[in-house]
Write a protein that binds this ligand. Structure first.
Ligand SMILES: *[C@@H]1O[C@H](CO)[C@@H](O)[C@H](O)[C@H]1NC(C)=O
Ligand SMILES: *[C@@H]1O[C@H](CO)[C@@H](O)[C@H](O)[C@H]1NC(C)=O
Ligand SMILES: *[C@@H]1O[C@H](CO)[C@@H](O)[C@H](O)[C@H]1NC(C)=O
Ligand SMILES: *[C@@H]1O[C@H](CO)[C@@H](O)[C@H](O)[C@H]1NC(C)=O
Ligand SMILES: *[C@@H]1O[C@H](CO)[C@@H](O)[C@H](O)[C@H]1NC(C)=O
Ligand SMILES: *[C@@H]1O[C@H](CO)[C@@H](O)[C@H](O)[C@H]1NC(C)=O
Ligand SMILES: *[C@@H]1O[C@H](CO)[C@@H](O)[C@H](O)[C@H]1NC(C)=O
Ligand SMILES: *[C@@H]1O[C@H](CO)[C@@H](O)[C@H](O)[C@H]1NC(C)=O
Ligand SMILES: *[C@@H]1O[C@H](CO)[C@@H](O)[C@H](O)[C@H]1NC(C)=O
Length: 551
């Protein structure tokens, strides 16, 4: 008896172990569709999973007030609390908007993996961890943040995709920023390749006018190398779409969008969907999205949002969490989505073998309405930027760890006075529409600032006073006197850093972002009734006012 029960226990254990072995399947993209390893078509039945951090509702404030984000994958207790509800909803994917690579994600990622739930991880962070849409650039600090996050998540088997940006381009006049997003996609793709990761590279776009939305989608998935390769192409285009409200229909809410993406070459999904204006939401769009009407174009979507989230236009969320964090209360939003996801049954077609290979069309050429050049910025090179910083004769030496807020104003100031001193800020300027990128524009904004300070200092006869900048600059006694002007140092250090390369993790990085400062964020409230920034509000950022780019 004893032996038998021990045998039974052993069997049960083996069963549990085997269940563990039955790991979540890898997902790959073939042409414009996604497939699990067993050859079935994969549709994202997702929900946004990120508690809203503190946000500051003043987009006109160029020195953004500090804010926070709450990493949704770092607290195993919270994930265990939520998992049964995610399972009730019937989701197979969650989207996380900001994670901190120096925290431990094992517990959440394991629990979700065991439950068959994939993750879409956005790589940007609020504040200086995302591209500034008013003065976009692709710089070492962002690249290192992105690779650090990927490195921290590369051990998990349930990362479906990494998003290189969310709502960076929000209007026709900002389309030049797409050049930097595309460079980020290129470098992240190369990095993933180097670590043998098969995770997809995504971008999540705000909805908008087809005059720029369609070119944006095409540009991000096009071949910028001229040889039909996907090296600069995203795998997964996300559209944040809030068009369906109430008991709408495919024809009324989605047929236009469907038409715009009819010929798209890579996979597409709704990176956010829901209704802004008429709670409680019925979520009937989930059935439409996961139907044979939309399956030729879309691979599902992510309902916004599990946690409560507020925007000026509306309230979101399908659960509330008790103040002590221990219990979850669901709302009718939750029940409705659960019902509709339960009713969805998208077709398992086309088959993987008939999905075809991807063709990567050539890129849309810049014109008066589509502003992004096909000439992309270089892969940011940390060693080259460090060489420059070390060789500069005047260095930015912030008196506070929390220096992000002053870098923008000092750059604006430095560039406004440098012209009078016979210099220019061309070396730090990046122009995504002309495709001209100053050699220093790939460096961290703090290095750009040291560069500008050095230029000013040298133009003023190396007078120590000209390096002070109100106590923010220090003469670099170790700078070689032979280095001469800031431009000479820049050209010697950055000469070989003007091309595309496979990024590596910075030395000494263990997948930690190493960032210790506070993050800032802005709420961007858009008037466009078609669009809404959901959790994406937190990545709207203005680090520099952008004034200096005109200098
Ligand atoms: C685009 O136009 C809006 C207002 O029409 C303006 O606020 C914004 O700064 C412009 N963006 C760029 C990148 O020029
Ligand atoms: C993790 O989440 C639980 C449940 O909300 C909460 O009680 C706990 O304080 C959280 N832990 C940390 C370190 O934030
Ligand atoms: C600019 O290029 C885009 C993308 O190719 C195209 O959709 C648009 O019609 C062009 N605009 C003009 C004014 O030529
Ligand atoms: C200064 O620049 C030279 C030439 O590029 C480089 O060899 C040297 O390593 C740099 N110095 C430092 C301290 O980085
Ligand atoms: C953001 O700024 C803080 C200092 O305020 C710095 O510690 C951190 O490394 C920066 N992060 C990025 C991604 O630039
Ligand atoms: C960081 O700097 C900003 C702007 O100067 C300030 O408002 C904020 O309180 C500072 N944050 C911290 C944590 O010191
Ligand atoms: C980029 O260059 C074009 C053409 O010279 C100019 O009109 C535009 O203002 C520049 N953009 C930036 C951000 O400097
Ligand atoms: C540094 O620069 C900022 C922004 O221009 C200024 O407010 C501050 O007084 C300067 N000096 C120090 C010591 O921070
Ligand atoms: C990441 O977490 C570490 C450890 O709690 C913290 O020191 C750091 O500030 C966090 N980074 C960001 C960008 O929030």
């Amino acid at each position: 008896m004893r032996a038998t029960s021990r045998f039974a226990a052993a069997l049960a254990l083996a069963g549990a172990f085997l269940a563990g072995v039955d790991a979540i399947q890898g997902v790959t993209r073939n042409g414009r569709y996604l497939y699990t390893a067993d050859g079935n078509r994969f549709y994202i039945k997702g929900v946004a999973y990120q508690e809203q951090g503190a946000v500051v509702a003043d987009p006109s404030n160029p020195f953004l007030e500090p804010s926070t984000f709450i990493d949704p994958l770092s607290n195993g207790t919270a994930c265990a609390r939520d998992l049964p509800y995610l399972q009730q909803l019937g989701v197979n994917t969650i989207r996380a908007y900001s994670v901190n690579s120096s925290l431990n994600h094992d517990s959440c990622m394991q629990a979700f993996s065991n439950a068959g739930i994939y993750t879409i991880i956005d790589l940007s962070l609020p504040g200086n961890g995302s591209m500034d849409r008013d003065a976009p650039s692709w710089t070492t600090n962002l690249l290192d943040l992105y690779t650090g996050t990927i490195s921290a998540f590369s051990k998990y088997d349930n990362v479906l995709a990494y998003n290189v940006g969310n709502e960076v381009v929000i209007a026709a006049n900002g389309t030049a920023a797409a050049a930097f997003v595309k460079a980020a996609a290129r470098d992240v793709k190369a990095y993933l390749g180097s670590i043998k990761s098969s995770a997809l590279v995504g971008y999540a776009s705000i909805d908008g006018d087809s005059s720029w939305l369609a070119p944006l989608a095409n540009y991000l998935s096009c071949d910028a190398s001229g040889s039909n390769t996907g090296t600069t192409a995203i795998d997964l285009f996300g559209l944040n779409n809030y068009e369906w409200c109430g008991a709408s229909t495919f024809e009324a809410s989605y047929s236009n969008t469907e038409g715009e993406f009819a010929g798209y070459n890579v996979a597409a999904y709704f990176s956010e969907f829901g209704c802004i204006t008429s709670p409680p939401r019925l979520w009937t769009e989930a059935v439409a999205l996961l139907s044979s009407e939309m399956s030729p174009v879309w691979s599902g979507g992510v309902a916004f949002s599990y946690f409560p989230a507020a925007s000026v236009q509306g309230q979101f969320g399908m659960v509330t969490i008790s103040t002590d964090g221990s219990t979850v209360t669901t709302s009718s939003d939750f029940d409705n989505l659960k019902t509709q996801y339960g009713l969805a049954s998208p077709p398992n077609s086309p088959s993987q073998s008939s999905a075809g290979t991807t063709s990567y069309p050539s890129c849309p050429q810049a014109n008066s309405t589509w502003l992004a050049s096909t000439s992309l910025p270089a892969t940011p090179n940390l060693a080259a930027c460090e060489c420059l910083e070390n060789n500069l004769s005047c260095q930015f030496t912030p008196t506070t760890n929390n220096y992000t807020a002053i870098v923008g104003s000092l750059l604006d100031y430095g560039c406004s006075i440098i012209g009078q001193a016979g210099g220019s800020c061309n070396a730090i300027s990046a122009n995504g529409s002309t495709g001209q990128y100053g050699p220093v524009s790939e460096c961290d904004p703090t290095v750009m600032l040291s560069y500008v300070m050095s230029e000013y200092y040298i133009a003023n006869g190396a007078n120590a006073q000209a390096c002070s900048f109100g106590g923010n600059g220090t003469v670099n006694s170790k700078a070689p006197s032979s280095a001469g002007s800031a431009d000479t140092a820049a050209s010697s250090c950055l000469a070989s850093a003007t091309s595309t390369s496979v990024p590596t993790l910075p030395a000494g990085s263990t997948g930690s972002s190493g960032s210790s400062g506070s993050s800032s964020s802005a709420v961007s409230v858009l008037a466009d009734a078609r669009t809404l920034v959901g959790m994406g509000v937190i990545v709207a950022v203005g680090m520099a006012s952008g004034l200096w780019t005109l200098a």
